[in-house]
Design a binder for this molecule. Structure first.
Ligand code: ADP
Length: 193
């Protein structure tokens, strides 16, 4: 099963993606986690992207696309993947479509976590207090949400046009949202059965 999770910051994508990964035994591929791991490990990639993440800006497409290309080529992704935080721009979406085409694979569904900005901001402020992520400072939060509306919303429309988009009510509790996801996956499996 090849799944994408899309939606604004604070919508709960990471939490739900991790749960799907465990239940379906597929890797949770999060570009944000990969960049943060590189920063923590002090690699060349980490040093390059650290100031970008702190400012809430986007890492250049070429770098991000390469990271994903390598990650999806790893053996564990053969069974599928749940992709979180990528694609975030139309050019990344085009690159992903092309990448999957080349390896003769396709997406099964795109989960869209819909959440109003005021709720997103409130949730991120809470996360900032708990986790102390550098990009959960108010200025970086505002920047990330602005970039989301400008660059990532067109990606949502791109996938809506393919018919793969599954809109979710991201304001509900973690369990309620996961129940919606489980239903969507069950429907998908019934169609393929
Ligand atoms: P959030 O969705 O809360 O912003 P993520 O963990 O998904 O958090 O991403 C953190 C940061 O990592 C982003 O603000 C950006 O700097 C970088 N990043 C993650 N994914 C991408 C991507 N697909 N393209 C460019 N930059 C990315």
């Amino acid at each position: 099963m090849n799944v994408l999770v899309l939606g604004p910051q604070g919508a709960g994508k990471g939490t739900q993606a991790a749960r799907i990964a465990v239940d379906f035994e597929i890797p949770h591929v999060s570009t944000g986690d990969m960049f943060r791991a590189a920063i923590a490990a002090g690699t060349a990639l980490g040093r390059r992207v650290e100031p970008i993440l702190s400012a809430g800006e986007l890492v250049p497409d070429a770098l991000t696309v390469e990271l994903i290309r390598e990650r999806l080529a790893e053996p564990d992704a053969g069974a599928g993947f749940v992709l979180d935080g990528f694609p975030r721009t139309l050019s990344q979406a085009d690159a992903l479509d092309e990448m999957l085409d080349q390896i003769d694979r396709s997406l099964d569904m795109v989960l869209f976590f819909d959440l109003p900005d005021d709720v997103a901001i409130e949730r991120l402020a809470g996360r900032a207090a708990e986790e102390g992520r550098a990009d959960d400072e108010p200025e970086a939060i505002a920047r990330r949400l602005a970039i989301y509306h400008e660059q990532t919303e067109p990606v949502v429309e791109h996938y809506r046009a393919t018919g793969l988009l599954v809109p979710l009510h991201a304001e509900r509790t973690v369990d309620e949202v996961y129940a919606e996801i489980s239903d969507a996956i069950a429907q998908l499996e019934a169609r393929h059965a």
